[in-house]
Design a protein around this ligand. Structure first.
Ligand code: 5GP
Length: 194
């Protein structure tokens, strides 16, 4: 049997991945977002086990040793992020289709290692990324600067992913994303025995 698709949404910080994913999952309820692990501190309003599994360095390192991660990276300011294999299994056990929100290196890793993965790069103009990050104001000024520098370099990598969706209009971008996912799901269904 061919593997169920895994949708990987990537793109620079501030491109609106989180908002688009929320709208996507609302419109296509078979999708479920896997909860990543991270060593970054909680932002106001975030809860452990909801937005992320918030781990300390030692716990995260121990899980790397155990091979618990499908992929993991060190992002800006030395903070770690990773996809737990147990999360992918949990979503599959629920009978749902997994969506991952990953930065670029993690997305490339999954694209390479996971058969049936479908990568979607969310792009937005640099000025827009900068405005959103400053508006969100959840990071220090230095960290926002680092994220913007990284975002510029990341925008040049869009061609490495299967699809690119430009998010200069949320409604339009959501429509494009949903159309791609529905088409991929319909295609995957033709490959599975009924
Ligand atoms: P934030 O700190 O803004 O929540 O996330 C920072 C970046 O880490 C975002 O680009 C987000 O997509 C990415 N990210 C979140 N979880 C994971 C993960 O499990 N693996 C990887 N590679 N990136 C992740």
């Amino acid at each position: 049997m061919s593997p169920a698709p895994v949708f990987v949404v990537t793109g620079p910080s501030g491109a609106g991945k989180g908002t688009l994913i929320r709208m996507l999952v609302e419109r296509i309820p078979v999708l479920e977002v896997a909860i990543s692990a991270t060593t970054r501190p909680l932002r106001p309003g975030e809860r452990d086990g909801v937005e992320y599994h918030f781990l300390d360095e030692e716990d995260f390192g121990g899980r790397i040793e155990e091979g618990a991660f499908l992929e993991h990276v060190e992002y800006v300011s030395g903070k770690r992020y990773g996809t737990l294999r147990s999360e992918i299994d949990r979503v599959a056990d629920d009978g749902r289709i997994c969506v991952l929100e990953l930065e670029l290196d993690g997305a490339l890793r999954v694209q390479q290692d996971v058969p049936g993965s479908v990568t979607l790069f969310i792009a937005a103009p640099v000025e827009e990324l900068e405005r959103r990050l400053r508006e969100r104001a959840t990071e220090s000024t230095g960290e926002i600067g680092d994220r913007i520098d990284l975002a510029r370099r990341q925008l040049e990598q869009a061609h490495r992913f299967r699809y690119m969706v430009r998010n200069d209009d949320v409604a339009r971008a959501t429509g494009s994303l949903c159309a791609i996912v529905e088409r991929e799901l319909a295609f995957a269904a033709t490959l599975s025995p009924s």
